[in-house]
Design a protein around this ligand. Structure first.
Ligand code: FDA
Length: 508
């Protein structure tokens, strides 16, 4: 059976930040939509932060049909292989959340044997099941110069300069035919049926469309202000609501570039430290309930090693949360207008990608009934995803053993832990997390990520005493030995991170 009903023809995107221009590039290049218009306001500008990404970005970029070398140079991008957490559990600990899956993939058979091993010299879980921690600690890139675009022996994502990335997406979108209009939206015109009919700019110009993407950032001009979708705050679980961000030059142009994000815990939050080719991006994400701006600034100065008052950090205010209804009628929110979580696991851009891929699937020919059904499915899937990310982020905080400041004590207070996570943690005291704890369609972070965080943080799971005598025990020991034996070879086979970046620079 076929349908004669066309999909929405004229697509209008409001907003030219990472969300807006990535959406434009996706619609015109990956989905080949012929009539896409983007409205952005030079007066308002973009948020211009968001330097860490998730491995999904590689498939997104590949679908846009761009080359990896060109992307690396245009966005000033570097390779990211995971997040190294310093001081989150006891204040002096260090553990890695690698992007590599454990050896054996999502098979959970090894974990009980690692848990049951009482040897104090036992390697950390991440180190026992993948070579990636050794690779990053040796400063190696995730791939070799000859590897195909967007793939390599290690799983990876990128760090990039957010304004340069948005500008790159803008250039390829405009080259592919996207119509860019500069102007500030003053009001929204509605049709009789409640759909958005047009955006009216301050100078009176009207921009009509059949379907609208609200990429207007925290303002959420269409989905929030115009259509009234409620914002669900997650501040009771995720306390951080401020960030102080600075750019830090390298001591020399040849200085090593970290191939991972460094996330260091402090008294009232944590710092991100991201290596780009010519500078580091550093920011202190903190809770204004637990530290004043002056205290936060002092922490940032101390972290960077700068004399007090010598930095001029940019203050960003936010509230963690999301809209459960992100698609209403002929409007869908993408980016900060849909929701935002603190950048601990780089979920912002990944959620933009997830929304765009779903819009591509759901925005099919059909009548209003089909469109409204698609909206409900989209809203269920996206709200589920956001909710599950709250649990995963809270996991990083609530199992801390730090009691040195009110921030960490409050974070470990059971009253701040969402009930579904509390229920899982109680069970995980007696069994490891398994795939049956997760609703795969809603998950961004699968069981291996939960394992890396839980056991990296030193969470104790008590298993029955006979696990170590289980028939699989000998096989598990030999797998761990194989991974250990592969460490040196993996580091030797991969290039220094900066040397790899220089290679791409020469190629572009
Ligand atoms: P953004 O604010 O960039 O763009 C909004 C656009 O709408 C602008 O073009 C503006 O001009 C336009 N606009 C608004 N009102 C208008 C009007 N009336 N008329 C016309 N135009 C209008 N994410 C991530 O994945 N990794 C990370 O490491 C981080 N780090 C991070 C740190 C901090 C402190 C914050 C606050 C956020 C992050 N993020 C992040 C999130 C990331 O920054 C964010 O997801 C992307 O930049 C997307 O932003 P948007 O495009 O949605 O909004």
């Amino acid at each position: 059976m076929t349908t004669d009903l066309p999909p929405p023809h004229r697509i209008v995107i409001l907003g030219g930040g990472t969300a807006g221009w990535l959406a434009a590039a996706w619609l015109c290049r990956a989905l080949q939509m012929p009539d896409v218009t983007l409205v952005e306001s030079g007066d308002i500008g973009i948020i211009g932060v968001g330097e860490g990404t998730f491995p999904t970005i590689r498939t997104t970029l590949a679908a846009l049909g761009i080359g990896e070398a060109e992307f690396l140079v245009r966005a000033d991008a570097t390779f990211k292989q995971g997040v190294l957490f310093e001081g989150w559990s006891t204040g002096t600990d260090s553990y890695f959340h690698p992007f590599n899956l454990p050896v054996g993939g999502e098979d959970e058979a090894l974990l009980p044997h690692w848990i049951a091993d009482a040897d104090p010299r036992r390697p950390a879980w991440a180190d026992a099941v993948t070579v990636q921690e050794q690779v990053i600690r040796a400063g190696r890139g995730p791939k070799r110069p000859g590897d195909p675009d967007f793939s390599g022996p290690m799983n990876y994502a990128y760090h990039f300069d957010a304004p340069r990335f948005a500008a790159y997406m803008r250039d390829i979108s405009i080259a592919a035919g996207v119509n860019r209009i500069e102007g500030t939206v003053a009001r929204v015109e509605r049709a009789e049926d409640g759909d958005i009919a047009a955006l009216v700019l301050e100078d009176g110009r009207r921009v009509e469309g059949d379907f609208f993407l609200d990429c207007s950032g925290f303002r959420a001009l269409l989905i929030g202000r115009e259509l009234g979708a409620a914002f669900t705050s997650c501040a009771s679980a995720l306390f951080n609501d401020r960030a102080l961000a600075v750019q830090v030059p390298y001591p020399s142009p040849e200085a090593p570039v970290r191939p991972y994000t460094l996330a260091t815990a402090h008294e009232a939050g944590w710092t991100w430290d991201i290596g780009l080719t010519e500078r580091r991006g550093v920011g202190y994400v903190y809770s204004s309930r637990h530290a004043s701006q002056d205290e936060a600034s002092a922490t940032l100065h101390a972290y960077v090693g700068a004399k007090d008052g010598s930095l001029d950090p940019r203050l960003l205010k936010f509230e963690c949360g999301y809209r459960e209804t992100q698609w209403i009628g002929n409007c869908v929110a993408v980016g900060l207008s849909a929701g935002f979580f603190e950048p601990l696991e780089s979920t912002g851009i990944m959620l933009i990608e997830a929304a765009l891929k779903k819009i591509g699937d759901f925005l099919v020919p059909g009548d209003r009934t089909a469109r409204n059904a698609a909206a409900r499915s989209f809203n269920r899937l996206m709200a589920g995803r956001f909710e599950r990310i709250v649990h995963f982020l809270k996991l990083h905080y609530c199992i801390t053993r730090r009691t040195d400041t009110a921030y960490w004590r409050d974070n470990a207070d059971a009253a701040s832990v969402p009930e579904p996570l509390r229920d899982m943690l109680v069970q995980w005291r007696y069994r490891a997390p398994s795939r049956f704890d997760f609703l795969v369609d809603l998950e961004t972070f699968l069981p291996p990520s939960y394992h890396y965080i839980l056991y990296g943080m030193g969470f104790a799971t008590c298993l029955p005493a006979d696990v170590a005598r289980h028939p699989g025990a000998a096989e598990a020991r030999s797998t761990f030995a194989r991974v250990r034996a592969a460490h040196a070879g993996a580091c030797a086979a991969l290039p220094d991170h900066r040397a790899l970046l220089d290679h791409y620079r020469r190629q572009a």
